[in-house]
Design a protein around this ligand. Structure first.
Ligand code: SF4
Length: 198
């Protein structure tokens, strides 16, 4: 059985393999009215332990790119396509993505972001419903049908891609800066004037 207020899933056992491998359900974090929502694939080990999406090294890369764009983690919403850690960090299966889709749609409807940034292949293909060459299409903005709404989506590589391939770093940083601009969160100079706030 499941319970959700649109943002937070308290209990759910729809995916037997994930129920067996998770230690908790990892819900999205960040403001419930954020203009910018980042979407990852699934919790990994650190997320499962900490109960928050995008912590660990990938989270550090994301935080750094947000800082470069003049933002902080507290400014944005971060969530995943599935909320429970798959065994051995495998990709979520199609039926698991489908099982969790309603929660994602409810969260996006509740937050009502100007822009969703998909981090990597799985979330990008999940929202755009087609196969995507993420490194080629990174930075592009497209419309996706998410439940009842048409949602503007910006394609990005996964932050971890920058750890394995340094050439992806600019691709990732540029996509996050573009996202900050499109959502109206960045200052015209890329956020530098926010330094005056400190
Ligand atoms: S991944 Fe989503 S649908 Fe599957 S058990 Fe976890 S909360 Fe439920």
């Amino acid at each position: 059985m499941s319970e959700t207020d649109g943002l937070c899933v308290e209990s759910c056992e729809r995916c037997p393999a994930l129920v067996a491998s998770r230690s908790r359900i990892v819900n999205g974090v960040g403001p419930d009215d954020a203009d910018l929502l980042f979407l990852g694939e699934a919790p990994g080990q650190y997320e499962d332990e900490g109960g928050e999406p995008f912590v660990g090294r990938s989270g550090d890369v994301l935080d750094e790119a947000l800082r470069d764009a003049g933002l902080s983690r507290a400014d944005v919403r971060i969530t995943n396509c599935v909320r429970c850690r798959p065994p051995d960090n495998r990709d979520p299966h199609k039926e698991e993505l489908a099982n969790c889709r309603g929660y994602l749609e409810a969260e996006i409807a509740a937050v009502d972001p100007d822009l969703v940034v998909t981090l990597g292949k799985v979330p990008t293909e999940h929202l755009l419903d087609r196969s995507v060459a993420v490194t080629k299409e990174a930075g592009e903005v497209q419309d996706a049908r998410v439940g009842e709404r048409s949602q503007r989506v910006l394609i990005s590589v996964h932050p971890a891609a920058t750890l394995y391939d340094a050439s992806q770093r600019d691709t990732f940083t540029d996509a996050i800066a573009h996202a900050a601009e499109l959502s109206g969160l960045a200052d015209a100079d890329g956020g530098q004037s926010r330094l005056g706030d400190y």
